[in-house]
Design a protein around this ligand. Structure first.
Ligand code: CA
Length: 234
């Protein structure tokens, strides 16, 4: 595994030059890349590392990509991993065979890296579950980042953009204390000059929106240190 942070892509491809090119370009886009030069090794790596997406070549030594695709789909550990097949064949019949074998999409060689990246993004979007990165939850507060909606219990909460970003930051690190300066850096950005007490104003608004009339205060003020979001704040 090289790089860090982005989705992990398993490339199963026997052409060394293409693997090098793909690795370079994918890592530039913040993907992590692991490569197998033949199918059985690919099947093993898929089970071991559970990548977010597999790029699978059709023409491999020993066993064909189609065969590998079927095996990946039959195996519990790799059943749910999206697969894009890479192939020199552009025939309609081959495309259908690939999709029937369980591939999610198909890119015909030679392809542009931008086309491949666009297909990858589309497949990842389509196959992503409502993941933790899109819905944040702490106690009775639920934040849907994609829909830009916040609920506390049965109540819809309306937040301004700054309060929304503040809450998202707190929800990503429940219980952790952030100083005003840290909040300014992450929520407002480095290049904007904002006075630290501006943070207090937005915290007050966020608190008012979240707590309503009677609910428990979830924002903890830490004297001379900053603020934290806590299920048990008082
Ligand atoms: Ca090949």
């Amino acid at each position: 595994m090289r790089g860090s942070g982005g989705p992990l892509i398993l490339v199963i491809e026997d052409e060394v030059d293409l693997v090098t090119l793909l690795t370079y370009n994918l890592e530039k886009e913040n993907y992590r890349v692991v490569a197998a030069f033949e199918g059985d090794e690919g099947v093993m790596l898929a089970a071991e590392q559970h990548p977010d997406l597999i790029l699978l070549d059709w023409m491999l030594p020993n066993r064909s990509g189609i065969d590998i695709c079927r095996q990946l789909r039959r195996t519990d550990a790799s059943r749910d991993i999206p697969i894009i097949m890479l192939t020199a064949r552009g025939e309609e019949g081959d495309r259908i065979r690939g999709l029937n074998a369980g591939a999610d999409d198909y890119v015909t060689k030679p392809f542009s890296i931008n086309e491949l990246l666009a297909r990858m993004r589309a497949v990842l979007r389509r196959t992503a579950p409502a993941s933790a990165s899109e819905v944040l939850q702490m106690a009775d507060i639920v934040m849907d980042l994609a829909a830009h909606r916040v609920r506390r219990g049965d109540r819809n909460i309306h937040l301004g953009p700054t309060e929304f970003r503040l809450l998202r930051h707190f929800m990503q690190y429940p219980g952790r204390v952030f100083s005003r300066e840290q909040l300014l850096d992450t929520v407002w950005g480095h290049d904007v000059y904002v006075e630290p007490r501006t943070v207090d104003v937005h915290i007050r608004r966020l608190r008012k929106a979240l707590n309503g009339e009677t609910e428990q205060d979830v924002i903890r003020t830490v004297r001379s240190a900053g603020y934290a979001l806590d299920a048990t704040a008082a």
